[in-house]
Write a protein that binds this ligand. Structure first.
Ligand SMILES: Nc1ncnc2c1ncn2[C@@H]1O[C@H](COP(=O)(O)OP(=O)(O)O)[C@@H](O)[C@H]1O
Ligand SMILES: [Mg+2]
Length: 271
């Protein structure tokens, strides 16, 4: 079962605030055609932290997440204003190669979406196309290491080539998708309601994994579960109607948000 941690319990190593942020989002606005979905949002993302996006549906959380890896590039009618810097450089600068930029991010969706291929291929594919390993032995070591990091190896090591990703349970599929995301060695993991469609035990496993992954990655997670945000997030960003109304340490926000909108949203979700 999920255990409930007290909000003030130290659950993780705090992000390294002495280092500059990995990503800085400055006054970012986004329109889908005429409709404005983000209104001048600003936030930083640090190494070794989990930043949770919370807020009502339709308030721009997924839209903001997709800005970071330029996932809107190919969506017609999208217009973006403002600036996103990664390691000090503008991610929209003409010299930036979008596929190379995107490679620095892993994406985990709400519904586990393994490729229609073997477990092994699901993880090996990204490493192969990016030429991350020198030879077959190297690739095998890499696949094993990703599956171990996703806490899946022991459950499936005898079925790597025999079973398809889709044959696994929902929770296993989600851990497979995390292994696949790790396989391209990203700096940042973007997770859009990663436990939204799996059961509580599978959720606990994914949360445990996220706390390990953040030791050497940044993680941005959209979640509808305030309990989840309280358990795993270092910082929480509250979105409301396309604006980022509040951003701060999870414990601070949950103990007493400063805007009435965030307070009533959190009270409703916890209550
Ligand atoms: N591809 C799209 N085209 C047009 N409008 C969109 C598109 N994606 C999202 N929206 C709209 O943008 C707003 C923000 O959506 P989204 O970022 O998905 O919110 P959230 O993730 O917080 O639920 C919503 O009003 C949604 O309907
Ligand atoms: Mg969403």
């Amino acid at each position: 079962m999920l255990e409930t941690r007290h909000l003030s319990d130290p659950v993780h190593i705090p992000a390294n605030r002495n280092a500059p942020p990995l990503i800085t989002v400055d006054n970012l606005s986004l329109w889908y055609g005429e409709k404005q979905a983000l209104d001048r949002i600003s936030f930083d993302l640090y190494d070794q932290e989990i930043l949770a996006f919370i807020g009502p549906s339709g308030c721009g959380k997924s839209t903001a997440l997709k800005c970071l890896n330029r996932m809107h590039d190919d969506t017609r009618g999208v217009r973006i204003e403002g600036r996103i810097e990664m390691e000090g450089g503008d991610i929209h600068h003409p010299d930036i190669d979008p596929p190379q930029h995107r490679r620095r991010f892993g994406w985990v969706a709400q519904k586990p979406n393994p490729f229609p291929a073997s477990i092994w291929k699901n993880v090996a594919y990204g490493a192969e196309i990016h030429g991350l390993t020198k030879n077959r032995a190297d690739l095998e070591t890499h696949v094993e290491s990703c599956l171990r990091r996703a806490h899946l190896w022991d459950e499936i090591k005898d079925d790597l080539h025999r079973r398809e990703g889709a044959d696994l349970s929902g929770g296993q599929q989600q851990r497979l998708c995390i292994a696949r995301a790790l396989a391209t060695e990203p700096d940042v993991l973007l997770m859009d309601e990663p436990t939204g469609s799996i059961d509580p035990i599978a959720t606990a496993k994914v949360e445990e994994l996220m706390l390990e992954i953040k030791m050497d990655h940044s993680v941005v997670v959209v979640t509808h579960s305030m309990m989840q945000a309280a358990r795993i997030a270092d910082r929480v960003a509250y979105f409301h109607l396309g604006r980022l109304l509040e951003l701060g340490p999870a414990a601070t926000i949950f103990a007493g948000a400063s805007t009435p909108e965030a307070r009533s949203f959190i009270a409703g979700k916890f209550g």
